[in-house]
Design a binder for this molecule. Structure first.
Ligand code: ADP
Ligand code: MG
Ligand code: ZN
Length: 553
């Protein structure tokens, strides 16, 4: 094994779990591998493919990446090929012949291709020794990226009962994991789960207000650093990229509305450090392995935590720090909710809504972000304070909130305790929406009484008051804000209220940076930079050896 590793892949050692997984596969066992992006999943089937007799069939959903993978395998002297819709008829025919002659070791196939009867009879004639299902979460409706053509892969275990399957993914909640294993019919598989904790990523959530201005401030403090700004819409991508250019930053757009060649070019320039910033929709990033991404900004709320984890996961691949900043607003939440409700089957909508709810809970949590994020992936973070997220870095400041509490309680009372949080706060903030006017709530004394704070801040205050049981929520379907004994005590001046708040120091004007600022050096392939010394003095060490990612010394 080690000899093959060295000879064909040029690595001197295995990454965590790789060796155990490969041994299992070589023994003919079904295996399920859950490993973060960049963890080294490919090797888990590529190396066995070389050591086993016959053919390894790799199912991969990304046609655009197949060619690259095959090219790089061929460059290492491995006979690999792919079958997908981009091949001409004669090219496909040549590959059929090579398969029949048992000349190919590794064959990449798109799922829709594999499920065609012609392909099935072809590989039945070949001597298949292993099926590798990459991005296997696509088989589950509970994943963020369900693909119907993956569903059909359940025939593999029935038709090729003696051939082991290795399923690999970077995104799977316990639910998706179970579902994937069930769908593939590999219930006796060995399961390998690597830690998802990316220690060098700094998670920060910020209230979404004047977002462009905040981003600008951030970028001015981090000139020359490479980063990605994710937006929900193509229009936002275009606007922000051009505004940034006008404001003196090297930024390019990336989204599915651009031509293939433009997209490829922009991506290439980003990877080669010819441009520092890419403003992109989530179309950007699949399969991109750029080591020195120093920040990942989410201008808008992602739809689910899997997506968020993937997108932030593109930062800090070199093991150095990467800041992940998400601008959160409830407005975004309602926008996404609205879109979800417009389409799809009921079950799909329910799943999407649940995922959105988890995403929002993450943003609104007053507990360590990393803890919440890892818990979502079924992993327990032992320590309470990770020291590397906004919650842990900025313990919330205590402020006197008696006045605010009175204003809110008064409003709930004026509304006869018959409205939900959103409506109450709309009244407080002086909204002139039709629903407010129709009910004449714009005539109440409370209308506009809360203009000392933004709506988001009031939401935060209300949630904190609920937590402290100064007010309560009643009703499952239509949760209404209600008062209790403590509310009365606050109103009668018998009780003081302490709230918490964070200070927004991050986006203020520059102060001398103390953090590690990498210069433009890019680590050689397979290497990681582990010191902040000038480029000339850097020692390069093998990638992410202690756990999945190198720790900063
Ligand atoms: P994944 O599919 O899990 O996202 P890849 O298989 O694409 O990850 O591998 C990510 C990177 O890690 C690649 O650049 C690969 O060459 C490198 N890599 C994988 N295994 C090893 C190893 N044992 N030693 C060093 N580098 C490795
Ligand atoms: Mg992969
Ligand atoms: Zn934390």
């Amino acid at each position: 094994m080690h000899r093959t590793l060295q000879k064909y892949f040029g690595y001197s050692s295995f990454r965590p779990l790789q060796e155990d997984i490969i041994k299992d596969v070589l023994e003919g066992r079904d295996t399920f591998v859950l490993m973060p992006t960049g963890g080294g999943k490919s090797l888990c089937y590529q190396l066995p493919a070389l050591l086993m007799e016959g053919l390894t069939v790799v199912v991969s959903p990304l046609i655009s990446l197949m060619k690259d993978q095959v090219d790089s395998l061929q460059a290492s002297g491995i006979n690999a090929a792919y079958l997908n819709s981009t091949l001409s008829h004669s090219e496909a025919k040549r590959i059929y012949r090579e398969i029949e002659n048992n000349e190919i070791k590794i064959l990449y196939v798109a799922p829709e291709r594999l499920t065609m009867s012609h392909t099935i009879s072809l590989i039945q004639k070949a001597n298949v020794s292993l099926f590798a299902i990459d991005e296997s979460h696509c088989i589950s409706e509970w994943g963020h990226d369900f693909r119907p053509e993956y569903r059909k892969l359940s025939f593999l275990k029935r038709k090729f009962s003696g051939v082991p399957i290795i399923a690999l993914t970077a995104t799977a909640t316990p639910k998706v994991r179970e579902d994937t294993i069930k769908q593939l019919g590999i219930s006796d598989c060995g399961t390998y789960v690597a830690s998802f904790n990316r220690k060098n990523l700094l998670y920060k959530i910020r209230p979404k207000k004047d977002t462009y201005k905040q981003i600008l401030k951030y970028l001015r403090k981090h000139r020359g650093e490479s980063g990605i700004i994710y937006c929900q819409s193509r229009k936002n991508v275009d606007t922000i990229a051009s505004r940034l250019r006008r404001d003196g930053f090297n930024a390019l757009p990336y989204h599915a509305g651009l031509s293939d060649s433009r997209r490829e070019k922009n991506q290439e320039m980003f990877i080669r450090d010819d441009v520092e910033i890419v403003v992109a929709t989530i179309a950007f990033g699949m399969g991109i392995d750029k080591s020195n991404v120093r920040f990942v900004i989410h201008h808008d709320l992602p739809k689910n935590l899997e997506g968020y984890y993937q997108e932030t996961g593109r930062g800090g691949r070199d093991g150095l720090e990467c800041e992940c900043i998400l601008f959160f607003s409830r407005g975004d939440r309602y926008k996404i909710e609205y879109f979800i409700k417009q389409k799809g089957k009921k079950e799909e909508r329910d799943i999407a809504l649940k995922q959105l709810q988890d995403m929002v809970a993450f943003c609104e949590s007053t507990v360590c972000r990393r803890k919440v994020l890892l818990a979502y992936f079924g992993e327990v973070l032992e320590e309470d304070d990770c020291g590397r997220c906004d919650v842990c870095l900025q313990p919330r400041k205590k402020v006197d909130g008696t006045e605010e509490a009175r204003i809110l309680i008064n409003c709930i009372s004026e509304l006869n305790q018959r409205y939900g949080m959103n409506h109450v706060i709309d009244v407080l903030c002086g909204s002139n929406a039709k629903k407010i006017r129709d009910k004449k709530h714009n005539k109440l004394a409370s209308h506009g009484a809360g203009d000392i704070h933004t709506k988001d801040r009031w939401m935060e205050i209300a949630r904190e008051m609920i937590q402290q049981e100064l007010i309560k929520v009643q009703g499952a379907r239509y949760p209404l804000l209600k008062l209790n004994k403590a509310s009365m005590e606050v109103m009668n001046g018998k009780r003081k209220v302490t709230l918490t708040t964070i200070e927004d120091t991050d986006f203020e004007e520059p102060e001398p940076a103390e953090r590690i600022v990498p210069d433009k050096a890019v680590a050689p392939p397979g290497k990681t930079r582990t010191s902040s010394a000038p480029v000339s003095e850097i020692k390069w060490t093998a990638n992410r050896d202690d756990g999945l990612f190198a720790r900063l010394k």
